[in-house]
Design a protein around this ligand. Sequence first.
Ligand code: PLP
Length: 391
Amino acid sequence: MSNPENKKFHVDTKITQLGRNVDEQCGFVNMPVYRGSTVVFNSVESLKNNDARFIYGTLGTPTIHSLESAWSELSGAAGTVMSPSGLGAIALALMTTLKSGDHLLMPDSVYRPTREFCAVFLNKFGVEVSYYDPLLGEGISGLLRENTSTIFLESPGSQSFEIQDVPAITRIARARGIKTIIDNTWATPLFFRAHDHGCDLSVEAGTKYLSGHSDLLMGLISANAETWPALRQTYDCMAMLPGAEDCFLALRGLRTLHIRLKEAEKRGLEMANWLTRQPEVAKILHPAFPECPGHEIWKRDFTGSTGLFSVVLKPGHHQTSLAAMLDSLEIFGMGYSWGGFESLIIPFDCSTYRTATTWNPGGLTIRLQIGLEDIDDLKRDLRQGLDKLHG
Ligand SMILES: *Cc1c(COP(=O)(O)O)cnc(C)c1O
């Protein structure tokens, strides 16, 4: 099992093997946690040439290399680096492709902290940012400027779940020499092959499904061959890397990622189907459902769906009754993040911050993350909660 990368195994098999080399691990199954700053060299010659396998802690350890190589292989990427959080990974990706005076296109459905990064940080460095309708496919060409250097994508959109026409956008970008970065957190490389669809950089908040247990913060950025040197250079300049234990936890999460995603898909679909039949529900925003904007593109480009989706309630319910519903839930916790073993629910309202599109779903909106609890218990919890909407 020394080099699974070169073998034509199915992805489920690869996931159990990637980043491991038991011969180098004293026979132990898992890559141990290497902690360390200093690496000592054998000779002055070796020190001068910097030719040791490991040079210094910020430049990588065996634990870090394991995770980097496993993620690259899984993503079909030339290289991967990690960040201490998903947002950190987004920042690093943007700092790789942008410079002062550039123009950046951001989808209006982007994860909100990404928007803040643009408004606060990029603005300070003289990067122009404009927002676009995530449902624009080839139409994005009308928004390109002389100085557009980067198009950011996130599909599906945070909270609102619009699916973007990634191949159409990356084709246009490539023809103009514009870099594309995608936030691929929802689908992961198992359900959407970002690089195969033309993206130069792909960001994953490992905090979500890779962790799977709500006990880890991590971001991963994978790059195609053309963009990899620039990403690695930016990373090496900053040396913002996750700790050794966190890389170990991410490698542990990786071993069951495929099983947990398939289970998340099954449960997400079952709960979403059940919700469509509840009288208080107007519609489901779930990429596998036809009402979801971009559903046809999802069918074309994705190989699965996960356990996070949104619900639009019928008009006539008010914030106070929604609060009564959410406060009454016994299993669904209210909290940010997702991808863990536990079910979560939050109310949201995109209308307060969108600038390129109008968000008017026609009713109050909630986002659900379906965890691993008994599905009938979950339905009962939501049903008694929906009853509270009626006061
Ligand atoms: C959670 C999330 C992030 C950020 O991840 P953190 O590790 O919490 O910083 C980025 N993008 C998306 C789509 C997310 O859901």
